[in-house]
Design a protein. Sequence first.
Length: 120
Amino acid sequence: MESDKIFHDWLVIHLKTRLAKDYTEIAVNLDGERQHALEGHYPNLILKHLGMVMAVVEVETEGSITPDKVKQWKGLLQAGTRLIVMVPERAKAKVTSLLWDTGIASDVSVGSYDIKINMP
């Protein structure tokens, strides 16, 4: 869905801006891009400090959370770096369950986001 891609890319850019003060370099791969690799994988954000990879971030929308995506996360863990997965708040339980089923729950940090719109 096009709106998922737009939101995904916006959130990746937002996280880059927010994390810029903590890392000296942040490489970005927007949805479908393959510009910055980490051992054959293309995470959304590669967080580096003084040239050393400190963590990678994958941003997911509700529609992108699948067992195949969890296999990709497992591959990223094999690169030996910290993995942070950002998911919608309402999908956090589903993601945690998938991580436990795959045996990688203890190795993945799960962050969440929520969009709240209040109208009069």
